[in-house]
Design a protein around this ligand. Structure first.
Ligand SMILES: [Zn+2]
Length: 89
């Protein structure tokens, strides 16, 4: 099998990636969940996560893999990705 490696930005994003903190900051920021004190915006789905990952150049397959990873780590909606998947460890 000869498969070319994909460019890094199009691979699924995971907490070990360099882009992870940028993604998380944007997800928590005013363009998405907009966390302020104890209030934030969340529709109970992954709409902001999907939009941001698309913005960051990820293809649909990679977005799906990323979301499956978030689900595995108790991130079932946008705010839970921030709370439960969380900052880079
Ligand atoms: Zn939520």
């Amino acid at each position: 099998m000869t498969r070319k490696p994909k460019p890094p930005a199009r691979q699924p994003i995971l907490p070990r990636d360099e882009l992870w903190n940028e993604f998380l900051q944007r997800l928590a920021g005013p363009e998405a969940c907009n966390f302020r004190n104890d209030q934030w915006t969340c529709f109970g789905d992954m709409r902001f996560t999907q939009k941001l990952l698309r913005d960051m150049g990820m293809d649909e397959d990679s977005i799906e893999v990323s979301i499956a990873y978030f689900n595995d780590h108790a991130g079932y909606c946008d705010c839970e990705v921030v709370f439960n998947v969380g900052p880079k460890r």
